[in-house]
Design a protein around this ligand. Structure first.
Ligand code: AP5
Length: 244
């Protein structure tokens, strides 16, 4: 039988030390279960890595997972591609399945950030059922409130590093070298759905299907509304205040 154990001698000392420091920092952190809701370009994917590092959570972004499935041409990706290219939502069953699976990862031990899920009231109800089985409750829903008019400039200037999901902007958050990821040096790409025409239909889906999800959680008294049109670091400060 093949052994799945890792030979620690082969791991560089610096990586071992960094992992040890990360575990020491994370051990006393309380569990957190968060949802980030907002229209396309409102900054969910930009703030998530900061929240993830500060609170030792896993970052579960259904958009990133679906794009990975599309590029790997898995059966799920083939089903999702047509809706995504048009800026429509993929079916509730597809996304609920991937989230249910992703939450079981060891990196979610201290809790999770759901970015882009739930996007319909049906998804929110399914999530409640899933969490009830695990004995977990959503602590906060961060509502990235922003005027639609700001979003086209954000979306058209966005460049992403597909492997990590890191997001840049030619004007608001430029990489150190144009077109290149700061951490890995790999090339950045623009998303196929980041066009003015597809944005229009993504915004329409947001207002029609996702806005009611904010009302669903408002009734539970757990929504914190952010001023997502502010500069990036101001939004980070608001998030920190809400989560402190
Ligand atoms: P998804 O990938 O989730 O896209 P989205 O919700 O449209 O969100 P975005 O990733 O476009 O925006 P963001 O808020 O993360 O913005 P970012 O931080 O990058 O979904 C894609 C598709 O997948 C959907 O259309 C659907 O088809 C499908 N899908 C996904 N989940 C689904 C679900 N649950 N159910 C059904 N279908 C689903 O910021 C944008 C830009 O602005 C960046 O360049 C950034 O640098 C810049 N920026 C960020 N914050 C600021 C700031 N404060 N000031 C200035 N610039 C800023």
């Amino acid at each position: 039988m093949a052994s799945s154990s890792v030979n620690l001698e082969e791991i560089p000392s610096e990586s071992l030390m960094n992992e040890l420091l990360r575990r020491m920092k994370c051990a006393p952190k309380p569990e957190k279960h968060l949802i980030l809701i907002g229209p396309p370009g409102s900054g969910k994917g930009t703030q998530s890595p900061i929240i993830k590092d500060e609170h030792c959570l896993c970052h579960l972004a259904t958009g990133d997972m679906l794009r990975a499935a599309v590029s790997a041409k898995t059966p799920l990706g083939i089903k999702a591609k047509e809706s995504m290219d048009k800026g429509e939502l993929v079916s509730d069953d597809l996304v609920v399945g991937i989230i249910d699976e992703a939450m079981k990862k060891p990196s979610c031990k201290k809790g999770f950030i759901l970015d882009g899920f739930p996007r319909t009231v049906a998804q929110a109800q399914k999530l409640d059922e899933m969490l009830e089985r695990q004995g977990v409750k959503i602590g906060k829903v961060l509502d990235f409130a922003i005027d639609d008019a700001v979003l086209e400039e954000r979306i058209s200037g966005r460049w992403i590093h597909p492997a990590s999901g890191r997001s840049y902007h030619t004007k608001f958050a430029p990489p150190r070298v144009p077109g290149v990821d700061d951490v890995t040096g790999e090339p950045l790409i623009q998303r196929k759905d980041d066009t003015a025409a597809v944005l229009k239909s993504r915004l329409e889906s947001f207002h029609r299907q996702t806005q009611p999800v904010i009302n669903y959680y408002s009734k539970k008294g757990i929504v914190a509304t952010l001023h997502a049109e502010k500069p990036l670091s101001d939004v980070t400060d608001e998030v920190r205040k809400v989560l402190s």
